[in-house]
Ligand binder design. Structure first.
Ligand code: MN
Length: 424
């Protein structure tokens, strides 16, 4: 796990004034990476770091000589930490770099952002034990958690090509569904379109095929964390998911936040992970003292909804839920990396590992509508009187994440939003 250093000093302030404002997602202690270009341009995307309401162009600042984020992701931990130290020194108040780097700044409002790296492979896990239990009850009342759940991190290989950056607008998927009492399936637009509140872990340096990553080294292969909405068509999913898992119910769209918050930035926000008494210990390859002491992340996650009617009335989004990752995940990011590679599978820079839906233990901490409305049986009522069981056309769903702790400066993961359009 990463240790605290001078870049985490809560007293640090930046010469970029907006970075020092209370509640800012991107203070100098954060320094997340993304890809940008001037808005309405056709230039190639370049690597940037968010600071306050600005983006620092890393090439223009003389910090990198590439526009390829995946090259940066492939660096080892020492190089990564040196870059973070240089950014922190150059952006802090009184830095001699201010005059030169001021010319390398662009307002975030004046840039277009894209997915922060080239994603070769996307794997979605299922670490949210409260999600797994609640959803399991809906699908299999007699056996909510499968017998393997506490032994093996469950996952499936997802679709990388349909992952887009925040702001994605996509058509409601169509497909096969079958009502429990129907004799045969029917075809049409999904009627049970849902979101999934997830973290997306971005792989940094990969491993060679055939060479597993030990749990002690696992975090060195993680570059950082994003917010991920794994849109899910529940009616398609229910009909198709056995025996091989989700397929078309998930692959039509996934939306990612534009900024990768590095593992280094998250160092002040680590938490221990202890399993409830009576649960099995992980097998030795998934267990380590460091993982138990500080393997978990302490991130607050929120879900916000703005319907088309709210937008037309000039009303902002309303918060549906708020929860915390320490309460939600049964497996740590390090365990996911180690398990993914234990058979020799090779991870590559830019691979994305979804956490699975991170629902807290309480009903109002649910990370999906499937849970929040108990399978669509109990609609929620919004402040304007509208009701929802699942998402409707025109709905904009946003996820937000941030870390807060005494003795540390608050950092944010920013936001990921997406909008459902009518089926084709
Ligand atoms: Mn998922």
């Amino acid at each position: 796990m990463n240790t605290l250093n001078a870049t985490h000093d809560p007293k640090l302030r930046s010469w970029v004034a907006s970075a020092n404002e209370a509640g800012c997602d991107f203070p100098i202690q954060n320094l997340p990476f993304g890809r940008f270009r001037p808005a309405r341009s056709s230039e190639g995307f370049r690597i940037g770091v968010a600071i306050g309401d600005q983006v620092l162009d890393l090439k223009a600042a003389g910090l990198v000589d590439t526009d390829d984020m995946n090259v940066l992701l492939a660096q080892d931990a020492t190089e990564r930490q040196a870059l973070r130290a240089a950014l922190s020194e150059g952006l802090r108040e009184g830095s001699a770099k201010q005059a030169a780097w001021s010319k390398a700044l662009l307002a975030q409002s004046a840039v277009e952002l894209t997915v922060p790296c080239r994603i070769g492979d996307y794997t979605d896990f299922y670490t949210g034990i409260h999600h797994a239990t609640t959803v399991g009850k809906l699908f299999r009342p007699d056996q909510p958690l499968m017998p393997n759940y506490k032994w093996v991190p469950i996952g499936y290989h997802g679709r990388a090509s349909s992952i887009r950056v925040s702001g994605q607008r996509f058509k409601r998927p169509q497909g096969q569904t079958k009502a429990p009492d129907a004799e045969a399936p029917s075809f049409g637009p999904s009627k049970r379109l849902d979101y999934e509140l997830e973290l997306g872990f971005v792989v940094g340096q990969g491993n060679a095929l055939g060479e597993p990553i030990a749990i002690a080294n696992a975090e060195q292969h993680l570059f950082g964390v994003t917010l991920l909405n794994d849109w899910s068509a529940r009616d398609l999913q229910a009909w198709e998911y056995q025996p091989l898992g989700p397929f078309l119910s998930k692959s039509f769209a996934s939306t990612l936040s534009p900024w990768i918050v590095t593992m280094e930035a998250l160092a002040p926000f680590r938490a221990g992970f202890e399993r409830p008494a009576g649960d099995p210990r992980p097998l030795p390859y998934l267990d380590s003292p460091a993982n138990s002491e500080a393997g978990a992340l302490d991130i607050t996650l929120e879900v916000w909804l703005q319907t088309a009617k709210m937008r037309e009335a000039g009303e902002g989004a309303v918060r549906l839920t708020r929860g915390n990752t320490t309460q939600a995940a049964y497996w740590t990011a390090a365990q996911l990396v180690t398990h993914h590679t234990v058979n020799g599978c090779n991870l590559q820079p830019g691979d994305l590992l979804g956490s699975g839906t991170l629902s807290g233990p309480k009903p109002d901490e649910a990370g999906s509508l499937l849970e929040l409305t108990l399978g669509g049986k109990h609609p929620i009522t919004l402040p304007n009187g509208e009701r929802r069981t699942f998402l409707e056309d025109g709905d904009t769903l946003s996820l937000r994440g941030y870390c807060e702790r005494a003795g540390a400066v608050r950092i944010g993961l920013g936001e990921v939003s997406g909008t459902v359009l009518a089926a084709a």
